[in-house]
Design a binder for this molecule. Sequence first.
Ligand SMILES: Cc1ncc(COP(=O)(O)O)c(C=O)c1O
Length: 429
Amino acid sequence: MNELLSDAHARGLDAADPLGDLRDAFLIPQHDSHAMAYFCGNSLGLQPVAARAHVDEVMDKWATLAVEGHFTGETQWMGYHALVRPALATLVGAEPDEVVAMNTLTANLHFLLVGFYRPTRERPAILMEAGAFPSDRYALESQVRFHGFDPATDLIEVAPDEPDGLFSMEAIARAISDHGPRLATIVWPGVQYRTGQAFDLAAITRLGHAAGATVGFDLAHAVGNVPLALHDSGADFAAWCHYKYVNAGPGAVAGAFVHARHAHTDRPRFAGWWGHEAATRFQMGAEFVPAPGAEGWQQSNPPILAIAPLRASLALFERTGMPALRARSERLTGYLEALIDATLADTLHVITPREPARRGAQLSLRVLQGRGRRGRDAGRSLFDFLVSRGVLGDWREPDVIRISPAPLYNTYADVLRFAEAVIAWRDGA
Ligand SMILES: Cc1ncc(COP(=O)(O)O)c(C=O)c1O
């Protein structure tokens, strides 16, 4: 038997891994009285054990202090959103004033585009990837229409040029150069949701700026997954959610980045009182004076209950640091890849780039065949079989299973369980 497939080997890797005990900080869902092999951190990350205490603290304060909770104690609600700012800035490689926890991802994209997508007759276009997450496409298309332009000509979707929907940097550069004079804005993913491909944000930003466009990123699948250096990338803006690799819970408050060079911008924005400079916010004046930096893009007073679990989750990233976490992620995903190559090459085709620098934790798998089925039928059959064995990845139409070993809580033993379950399905066990 291949040594990679032995329980002892996987257990040995887990015992030797310096970050193996991080898993204890999470609640692992059960299946048939056993811990699930949960590979859906790219969709909804698991609950940190400490999250409940942070939520309870808010609930207790609300019960006992009510409105006074805004002004009482170190975690007073008035400054609650600022409690997460330093750790958030570190996580995305930004200065603290460049980030804010607010709203939800699609909403943040829209609000940021109000300022950073300023189309003119000469430069009306947004450039994005073909096959983007639908919400991004809907948002960008509606932005183009909102400004009176035509998505048929002014929403430019770059087609992938490599097999399996992957993009070479040359294809991105060519598209930016071909459309450069008409480009107002580029919006690109940090990690593509379907293929798991990671992109070079600094290179895309350089190309976009050279063409005269503003450049922003959707980091939904990148944050907490790959190391980010948003400030140094030079990106104008970015938005992301915290419910995937950041483990802040379903519908968690999202994040936004506005580069420091726009800290005092007079770009238009849709304003609200929480974006007003903090020192004079409660003078209740009629004139909007924006807070400098990302804070000035807020609208409403922060959703305290939605920020509470984020505090617990960011504490784990602070404790570990992204470089160490990323190293563990490469080890885990590398083990998954090695198992597939060694034992499942006839069944699974990896569409995610093979170079670790071009991907995050996720491997996107196309099911070739098995149990007399091919293509989508085989994929659905395998997916359902995995679920019945307590191995949870996710399914993306038309034919992809995404498996994301999350370095905070997945183990080598989980990865082995996945491979064993696929072998059992293939061999009709
Ligand atoms: C890449 C990407 N963009 C946008 C969204 C939509 O996020 P939300 O519903 O939080 O606005 C998602 C959700 O999974 C996503 O993966």
